[in-house]
Design a protein around this ligand. Sequence first.
Ligand SMILES: Nc1nc2c(c(=O)[nH]1)N[C@H]1C(S)=C(S)[C@@H](COP(=O)(O)O)O[C@H]1N2
Ligand SMILES: [Mo]
Length: 326
Amino acid sequence: MLIKKPSDVLPSEITPREWYARRREFLRQAAALGLAGTMLPAARALAQTASPIIEPGKLAKLPGKPSPLSAADKRTPYKDVVTYNNYYEFGTDKSQPAENAHKLKTRPWSVAIDGEVKNKKPIDIEDLLKLAPMEERVYRMRCVEGWSMVIPWVGFPLSELIKRAEPTSKAKFIGFSTATQPDTMIGLRLPVLEWPYVEGLRMDEAMHPLTILGFGLYGEVLPSQNGAPVRLVVPWKYGFKSIKSINRITFLEQIPKTSWNIAAAQEYGFYSNVNPSVDHPRWSQATERRIGEDGFFQPKRKTLMFNGYADQVAKLYTGMVLKKFY
Ligand SMILES: Nc1nc2c(c(=O)[nH]1)N[C@H]1C(S)=C(S)[C@@H](COP(=O)(O)O)O[C@H]1N2
Ligand SMILES: [Mo]
């Protein structure tokens, strides 16, 4: 096979501009190898055989009790929330997850629990859904790329699941993995990230009341492009920490590996707290564009420290130099 695997590429070589170039090169090589005959129409078929969820009212209802932790910001229109996505397993363009992710098999589904815990029993999604009362949490979410949304999530605190797992005294961090479904996730064929997608949190961040497992949005179960059947939602960190379609949670003594840090360590650290005064090495993080509200020619809005959640989370980082722990 002529196509470069991630292991053939030094992480430090990868920049977003190169991802595009590599994706184009990948498609060109695929065409040259005759793979185009299998892969590209397959991708097209994925988009055609079932109906993508791009409007409300098509998925099962999942109500949540309104929470005092919700933001008062205007909610981003449903259509934008479900058609402007990052979910690289389904393609690197913003529109691709909505076109492709409805093929994701979300049942049967269970989440493996392992590492430094007493209760390693995997939890089936149906049991997980019943673990704690569902709440509606309207959160500002900000992507490291410089855009933001306000999403009414439905879920409950991750701490509920952590308590059930009974971490040992050695558990200092938690790692999360996304499922890999080679036959539904066309993006797994692209060497853009190492698969599975992995993320992590420090234990106190994971136990924080703002950190939730998300099962729904806008009062319905999650559309697959938003990470069905269960994802993480951590509103004070850049969007990539909020890992989708979780099938494994591992309790660890040491800091876990995270996908974007593996891909480009000098650009994406473990903490990835939203911070307007720590720029990305190649662009400013001082401002953002609110999807569905701010036009391209409007002045951008100011990004807030910890995405506006400083009152609740700043104390987690007292004494840490945030330019170093980015
Ligand atoms: N498994 C997985 N999770 C992921 C991603 C991804 O590519 N794969 N992208 C992340 C990024 S960069 C962002 S901004 C958010 C976007 O979530 P949304 O599409 O629901 O708004 O998902 C995050 N979780
Ligand atoms: Mo992102």
